[in-house]
Ligand binder design. Sequence first.
Ligand SMILES: Nc1nc2c(ncn2[C@@H]2O[C@H](COP(=O)(O)OP(=O)(O)OP(=O)(O)O)[C@@H](O)[C@H]2O)c(=O)[nH]1
Length: 502
Amino acid sequence: MASKSATDNLDFSGLFRELASGVPGVLFCYEISADASTHRIPFISSRVRDLFGVSPDELLRDASELFNIIHPDDHDAVGSSIQQSFQDLAPWQQQARLRLRSGEYRWFEGHSVPRREPGGSTLWFGQFTDIQAHKDLEFGLRKSEAEAEYQLSFQQLMTSLSSDFINSTIGDIDDKVQTFLARIGEFFGVDRVYVYRFSEDLARMTNTHEWCREGVPELKGSQQQVDITGFHWWQAQTKSVLKQNRVVFIEDVSKLPKEAVAERELLEEQGVAAMFCVPILIRGVVEGFFGMDSLTVRSWRKDQSDLLILAANLLSEALERHRLEQELLNQSIRDPLTGIHNRRYLQPRVEEMMSRFQRTGEGFALAMLDIDHFKRVNDTLGHQAGDRVLQEFGRLLQEQFRGTDVAARYGGEEFVVALASASHESARQALLRILERVRAMNVEFKGRTVPVTVSAGLVHVVDLRPGKLSTDAMVTEADRRLYKAKRSGRDCLVDASGKSRL
Ligand SMILES: Nc1nc2c(ncn2[C@@H]2O[C@H](COP(=O)(O)OP(=O)(O)OP(=O)(O)O)[C@@H](O)[C@H]2O)c(=O)[nH]1
């Protein structure tokens, strides 16, 4: 006779319940009637009570209680996945957030296999388990992937902007800064991006470049030489920003502290709801700041602050390089003693005037001026006195001529002035006025007044024969007339019509 096994006397239904309550998830059996009009939960393990605060008995009475704990956003997905499994008799698998006893939602995943019963109803046997830890990992991963992608696209933007700056020429820095602002604005999704420059005493600021999203009003015109001495809060912020090389973030302008009332009013007047700014440092000195506005309240991500510092550094470096290039260029095209342009600068400008004349017929004139008896000044009062005379004369030329004209020291005590878009007569008058001003100049040197006069030879482009049009021909003719002026007694002007003196 076979001996009895230890489990022979066990109540299998009790054993099953026992096992079911011991597994980590919830085991269940779910039934939909043949005509799909009713559903039931004939069995669900007792863990459902511990986890969700609903008892197996309650669920046996009313299956929809289980559906009530599904997050509203996941409800439809669960319903349609059951529908699909019902139709195809295919295994069911679904993820959804379920509401715990505590009211908090956690992610669960359900699996089950359907079976059609002889009576036509469908039964699913399955389980659902907590997958929150897995979801957290997945979200974290997705976030860091998005983060890495964001950083990468920012790096690509910086590389492209940096090479754009490197390839810039001295004349197009403003266009490059403008492109920089637009691309940064698009990247960060803001409404306005700008550069402000402080005055040397930090009392005023001027908007030098601005980019606005379409439809956003421009402020540049109204933001010139803005007095910031009343913006104490702002000034304190700028100081601390400078010390720590950090960014000022204003996430909600309406929540600025009481002491920032003047700043808040200005920003609100400009429609700004949120902003940030980073200082621009050139050779270690704060020159201004680079900032962005958002017309709607927004929060800035903390890591964006590092990116903004990188962007501001790129801009600072580009502006610093531009400054250096400008200084070098100035050194090469300006005369160090008088500060006015030199011959190297003059030559191409006159050539431009010449080709404009040939294209459009726009006239211009060129005069050569030479200080009279200059050697005498040097010989009697010394070289320094001579230098002072040259400087004063250079300053006068710079003051008297328009920005489109070019006044240059040609060499020694000889100067050339090229008068753009000038008629014969207007050039003559301008030169006679200069001669008159020089006479009244009275250069002071070591308590003595040095009398100064100049002689000038003036040539208008129409004085040249059409076949002889060239910059050299203009200079040679002006020089010839200057020599004539010297020979006719100095302190006078010789042009095509002869000698004149006011
Ligand atoms: N102080 C000073 N003198 C200069 C400079 N460059 C040229 N000179 C002097 O300018 C003088 C030019 O003299 P000249 O060309 O003989 O003519 P001038 O004395 O001006 O007489 P006129 O032109 O005939 O009226 C020379 O003594 C040069 O040494 C300079 O940079 N500084």
